[in-house]
Design a protein around this ligand. Sequence first.
Ligand code: V55
Ligand code: FE
Length: 519
Amino acid sequence: MTASPLNLRPGTGFPDTPLFKGFGAPNRIEADVYELESYGQIPADLNGRYYRAAYDWAFPPMFNDEIPVNGDGMASMFHFQNGHVDFKTRFVRTEKFQLERAARRALFGRYRNVFTADPTVRGRIRSTANTHVVWHGGKLLMLKEDGLPWEIDPVTLETVGTWDFYGAMTSKTCTAHPSFDPDTGEMYLFGYEAKGEATRDIAYYVIDASGHVSHEAWFEAPYAGMMHDFRVSGSLAIFPLSPIVADLDRLKEGADHWRWDDSLPSYVGILPRKGTGDQIQWIETERYSGGHMANSFDEDGVTVVDLCQAKKGVFPFFYPDVQGNMFEPDDLNGRVTRWHIDQSGPQATVKMEQLNDAVCEFPQIDARYEMRPHRHAYFLLMNAGQAGPGMLEVPGDLPVPGGASALAMVPIVNGIGHFDYETREFSVHVLPPGDVAQEVEFVPANPDAPEGVGYLLALVNRTSERHSDLLVFDAQDVSSGPLGGYKLPVRLSTIHGTWVPEHQLAIATRSGAGSQGGN
Ligand code: V55
Ligand code: FE
């Protein structure tokens, strides 16, 4: 017998877990689709670009219990030209992406845990730039709250590089949810864990319309908790803090960045909009877990904040409870809530008012009304059209509550709803069985259209057909269902997005390819 000449090694692949199966199977494709197939009635005169941030998977993860939001940043663009749509996706060439490409494998370990990274990449930038994309100061920025923004080209989606606002952002982190003032053109940002892992430091920045830092403040939070979103009103910056906590010792053990700690209170932090760090006030409130925020504005001497909030763990895919307790399903359900922040007495107070009992998340408004009173908002609803909030069944063999296991509990996101803050009622379109909604985007019919008059763009995953569609609704008549849509030949896992009207894109300087489709 002769020795085999074959030289073999074990194959590599994605874990055999629900996260990477079915519709969640990694795409890993960078797409260029010219003239998307469309159906029904579509906008005839819409010109602009709908950018989205998503997670995808350049490589199988280092740990089998991976969570979705640890995936690599994938930018996507729907380029509308008189209603014709060309589509493009590109991975963000973050430092992580480039180092892993060179190694042909994942190197950075668990979500926001540097101690689980391969020793060869210690100290390198681990941020995935996968959460949100915004257009400001002539730059398109991909955001992830554990690092600085990554700039990408608004035409080609090619990565330009990491962006620190002309050297002025010294925070190690920057939120994925900036606030914008439509009058001044300012962008408001903050970073938490701003001096490194599990630090209580918060850095707050105002960026002027030209993209330069015009104001900065530093202060500390009562504990190192997740602050996924924030809002700014005419007078205040508002920071929601609930006890989804980071712990350095736990990170060093190689465990999760986040856990829910029932022993700690929730707070609302308020800072004058151009205030200094010593002016921060942390108001202890009833227990809540802050989800995505719709808007904030000043009215009748009170600052109103509109958001979705849950009792405990509004983002359940992150964190087992510190004490190892299972969440009650309703603890995780987000509902339309309005805060009333009153500073007229000796002590500032926050009154929290639930406006409707539908289970929902991902609020959006007409962006022209940010920081001023709005009437209309658009949400995704869970288990719409069914009795009760209801969750999927939790398989009995899951090792720990929360974390990756909580994926099995994620409710079905099957409703697209218009919420009227005047009547406090939803009007809802329930998707057909098998369809799952992603965050929607409001697009004004024209720059002068009244609030809420325009289109609602809604990405929907057709799970049985294994592709996504971009549906178009009349934003004033959501419950009548989509007018039409665009069909994608690929699946999209997506988190947040932004509509940028074509006239706002100063793209000629970079590539001159502004009105060319495809390539
Ligand atoms: C969220 C998402 C993130 C993240 C932290 O949805 C919180 C909440 C997409 O990444 O890093
Ligand atoms: Fe978010």
